[in-house]
Design a protein around this ligand. Structure first.
Ligand code: MLC
Ligand code: AMP
Length: 505
């Protein structure tokens, strides 16, 4: 019989060694040890079993970031269920789509949203719903009492799906990237060795756990190491400054670093115990890298990845970390650079990065057509434009997907344009990303009104906020008589980006 490839078993090896060591430490000094974590995941997996949640069933999760949310994720791995985390900012309209698309056997939600969610629960026939509040209270916790703390981890194949991560797309509809136990395991082990993770590392975990950066990269490495996590429910710059002297590793999006730079207390003395500051999910500006090195005494390690692939490239732990580059391919990642027709290009040309490896996802949930479109000869087409030098060092030089990355969150303009174009006051719209000192890029909507009367932009913002997660809502709306178009009639967003490049400077 094939070996059980359940990723939980890989993690559990370190849980046994770490045993009474602290796994998750909260800011209020609450602590969960590794043995407690293991028992709680067993209790939760037993609960899932009793609720009839079979391997392959979807568990949809939109909860605050708490220790029990981590337990729930691990329990899903243990029981072979598919964990589907959702951004806590998603509105009911967005949730409606995710519920319909995943047909969950269980939905775990924040009771603070309970009233707002009632119409959704009435519309969809979800077999079980459970609550998980920001202090870990609620029906999930209550249901664990008296459950046995021993559980036989369900056997799975390496290709069985462990997690679905939704990512938006150019058509406006999010697609679910299916990641297998094998995908998660190979990428975690690769990074663990590449970054020389140690049991005595102490990680400041301040990222959300509904995206790959916080859920996979940060969480998996700490768990594999049996290391301590200083666990924050969200990024708070003052709290992070307070924790730095107790920590050795911080992982963040570039906004974390620009915000840290605004703190006078950021000094080499403060950071003397740190060994690694990691940045990813969005481009790290060279000036941020240089300023951070001067102020903290540390050269940020920038890495690059995607929901569909986990991590792909990393600057070296030892050796030169070059600002503006994302370093080298992970040892088991192979790649090629192609032109728009899919022809492979020679070194030092700019083209689209295509990747292959044990970390690359199994396709989009219930969307074989989209899966087919995004693979070529077994390579996944990333949509990122790269330049690779003769030392094999990779720089991300652009994207050939219409994507804005704001504070590490991906925003697809189409999703916002579709809502704006439905409004009576709007004839047409173009949504663009422009440089922003805090978020890296900010969402801006350029509108052509449908009549001579100027639209009420605040009303438009309110309409958008009701339908879309607030980080997608434009930080600014500008009105224009017409949108620039090329001879084919296509809106020239590059001209708009140039025109509004200074909007936030
Ligand atoms: C919050 N807001 C944002 C925003 N985050 N607006 C634009 N972009 C963002 N990223 C808005 C809120 O909607 C709210 O609007 C207002 O800003 C204040 O909200 P907040 O919750 O107080 O914001 P804050 O806590 O300061 O959050 C900023 C942040 C956070 C940068 C700390 O966005 C964050 O943690 N980002 C990390 C995202 C991440 O994990 N990305 C990884 C993806 S994985 P209003 O109007 O309501 O006031 C991936 C692959 C890879 O990309 O390689 O890793
Ligand atoms: P997501 O779909 O949320 O996983 O976002 C993945 C995208 O984030 C990639 O395709 C890149 O465009 C971008 N990204 C991630 N890391 C970096 C980085 N270090 N530099 C530039 N872009 C990045």
């Amino acid at each position: 019989m094939a070996e059980n490839a359940n990723f939980y078993l890989q993690l559990q090896k370190s849980f046994h060694t770490a045993n009474s060591r602290a796994c998750i430490s909260g800011p209020d000094f609450t602590e969960l040890s590794y043995s407690e974590l293991d028992s709680l995941t067993a209790q939760t997996a037993n609960l899932l079993k009793e609720l009839g949640i079979r391997p392959g069933a979807r568990v949809l999760v939109q909860t605050p970031k708490t220790p029990l949310a981590v337990v729930l994720y691990l329990a899903c791995l243990r029981s072979g269920a598919i964990y589907v985390p959702l951004n806590s900012a998603y509105t009911n309209e967005e949730l409606d789509y995710f519920i319909a698309d995943t047909e969950p056997a269980l939905f775990v939600y924040d009771p603070a949203q309970g009233e707002a969610l009632a119409p959704l629960f009435a519309r969809h026939n979800i077999p079980t719903v459970l609550e998980l509040a920001e202090d870990d209270s609620g029906s999930l916790f209550n249901s664990l009492i008296d459950r046995p703390a021993i559980h036989q981890t369900v056997p799975v194949d390496a290709d069985d799906i462990a997690v679905i991560i939704y990512t938006s797309g150019t058509t406006g509809k999010p697609k679910g990237a299916m990641l297998s136990h094998g995908n998660l395991c190979s990428n975690a082990l690769s990074l663990f060795s590449l970054w020389d993770w140690r049991a005595d590392d102490v990680l400041i975990h301040a990222l959300p756990i509904f995206h790959v950066h916080g859920l996979f990269v940060a969480l998996h490495l700490a768990l594999l190491g049996g290391s301590n996590m200083l666990f924050l429910s969200r990024f708070n710059v003052e709290q992070v400054i307070e924790l730095i002297p107790r920590a050795t590793v911080l992982m963040g999006v570039p906004t974390f670093y620009t915000r840290l730079l605004q703190q006078e207390s950021l000094t080499p003395a403060l950071c003397k115990n740190m060994r690694l500051f990691v940045s990813g999910s969005a481009p790290l500006l060279e000036e941020t890298f240089n300023e951070f090195a001067a102020r903290s005494g540390h050269r940020i390690l920038e890495r690059y990845g995607m929901s569909e692939t986990g991590m792909l490239m990393s600057n070296p732990l030892d050796g030169d970390r070059v600002p503006g580059t994302v370093g080298f391919a992970l040892p088991d990642v192979s790649y090629r650079v192609c032109d728009d027709e899919g022809n492979e290009l020679s070194t030092d040309s700019i083209g689209t990065l295509q990747v292959k490896g044990p970390n690359v996802f199994k396709g989009y949930w219930r969307n074989p057509e989209k899966t087919r479109q995004e693979f070529a000869d077994g390579y996944f087409i990333t949509g990122d434009l790269v330049n690779i030098d003769d030392q094999d060092r990779v720089s991300i030089v652009g994207r050939n997907k219409d994507l804005i990355i704001s504070g590490g969150y991906n925003v697809y303009p189409k999703e916002i344009e579709l809502v704006l174009d439905e409004q009576a006051a709007v004839q047409e719209s173009a949504v663009i990303g422009v440089p922003h000192p805090d978020f890296g890029e900010a969402v801006v909507a350029v509108l052509v009104p449908s009549s001579a009367q100027k639209p009420d932009t605040q009303e438009l913002i309110n309409t958008l906020k009701a339908q879309l997660a607030s980080y997608k809502v434009p930080k600014r709306i500008v009105i224009k008589k017409e949108l620039p178009r090329n001879t084919m009639g296509k809106v020239q967003k590059n001209l708009l980006r140039d025109e509004y490049a200074q909007l936030f400077s």
